[in-house]
Ligand binder design. Structure first.
Ligand SMILES: [Zn+2]
Length: 406
């Protein structure tokens, strides 16, 4: 005997009695996050919905046991529970907040899919009800912002009209005559869900009694996934939570920017423009400072053997760009060589005036062979970065030593 699916005719049934028809120990299912011993129960009847058609399974209790998963196994429904029932006659109890949330999302999906198809000619090819967000995948041209808003508005209008949601049974032909949204190629009597005046769709899932119970639909992002368009949405209690969350975000951001929420875009644009201007000013000040420091360094670095001026320094508290400004200014002088490092970030920069005739890239490679890091460049200008920034001082000293013997 197949399991009688009580939710087919009464999706609002939260408690039921049933008889255990089959009970066996199942191996752990790591894929489903089930690590301990579990029992698989088949009952003569159940109100537990198994994962199928994009809607996740119910949770709850069967007797004292917690229901961990519910699976559709053809004619049977398999309940995975964490202990064996002591009695063949059991009481089942559905985790109702979870189920009602699923019914709000699922019925909302029927309505939203119907609006996309009817008004914009975009059929739904798949549906997913996630823990946070629900999605439908639409096929066809990219839905514009007007399409998304239009479908959302039309669906919410049907919610405000509180239309009845009915269960209908019929053959594929009978349903086709009644204008079913999705053609089915199955024999026998099929179950379909009708939203009066809006939609008729074959479905074995659980749904609310009238559209008013969906509460509100909020359409969120739309992204391209392979050849389709994935529309994110939430319904009912999720809409309330997400709208509240969005408002908190807006308010917190507005407080940070010291403005009203309505002025956020203007305020954020102003802050970004100020940041960009400050960055340019700071960069140009750093460049001038580096030139002055390089000129001073040239004065205090008299030419050594064969006229080389070798300057080695570990800078503290400067960005990597500063090394570049300094090195460029310093290496403008004949036979000048700058061996520089920044203690923050472990940046290295070796540069020379071409007349020095050394190979900065080869020198950098030699240093990086001994202290791990990455980098490269030309004969006159080479940059690198050490894996350990604390090694920057040693790396400069090593470069100077290697240079003196080359
Ligand atoms: Zn459905």
């Amino acid at each position: 005997m197949p399991t009688r699916r009580l939710y087919y005719d009464d999706a609002f049934l939260q408690e039921f009695t049933a008889r255990v028809m089959h009970c066996e120990v199942l191996p752990p299912d790591l894929n489903a996050g089930i690590t301990g011993t579990v029992w698989g129960l088949i009952l003569d009847r159940t109100a537990f919905y198994p994962t199928s058609g994009g809607q996740p399974n119910d949770l709850g209790k069967i007797g004292d046991a917690n229901v961990l998963d519910v699976r559709d196994e053809g004619d049977d429904i398999l309940h995975l529970v964490d202990r064996k029932p002591s009695n063949p006659d059991v009481n089942g109890c559905i985790n109702w907040p979870r189920r009602f949330d699923h019914m709000q999302q699922h019925t909302g999906q029927h309505l939203l899919s119907a609006m996309f198809q009817e008004r914009f000619g975009l059929p739904t090819v798949s549906f997913h009800l996630g823990a946070e967000i629900c999605t439908i995948d639409l096929r066809g041209p990219e839905p514009t912002a007007e399409f998304l808003e239009g479908a959302e508005r039309a669906a919410n209008k049907a919610i405000f009209e509180d239309r009845p949601v009915n269960v209908r049974y019929g053959t594929a032909d009978q349903l086709a005559q009644q204008g079913v949204r999705k053609d089915v190629d199955r024999d026998g009597i099929l179950r379909a869900i009708e939203i009066e005046g809006a939609d008729l769709q074959p479905c074995g899932g659980t749904h609310v009694k009238s559209t008013g119970q969906i509460g509100l639909i909020l359409v969120r992002r739309c992204t391209k996934v392979r050849q389709d368009w994935r529309v994110e949405f939430v319904c009912g209690g999720r809409s309330e939570r997400i709208a509240r969350h969005d408002f908190h975000l807006l308010r917190q951001t507005a407080e940070k920017l010291n403005c009203a929420a309505e002025d956020l875009v203007v305020a954020a644009s102003r802050v970004l423009a100020e940041r960009d201007a400050n960055f340019k000013t700071l960069r140009s000040a750093q460049e001038r400072l580096a030139e002055v420091e390089a000129a001073l360094a040239l004065q205090t670095t008299p030419p050594g053997t064969a006229g080389f001026r070798v300057f080695a320094r570990l800078f503290e508290g400067v960005p990597a760009d500063y090394l570049g400004f300094f090195a460029t200014a310093f290496a403008k002088s004949e036979k000048a060589i700058a061996l520089l490092a920044a203690s923050e970030g472990g940046h290295l920069l070796f540069a020379q005036h071409p007349s020095a005739g050394k190979d900065m890239n080869a020198l950098l490679k030699q240093v990086l062979e001994r202290s791990s890091g990455k980098g490269g460049g030309t004969r006159d200008f080479a940059r690198g970065r050490l894996t350990e920034e604390s090694q920057a001082g040693k790396a400069v000293a090593l470069a100077k030593e290697l240079l003196s013997v080359s």
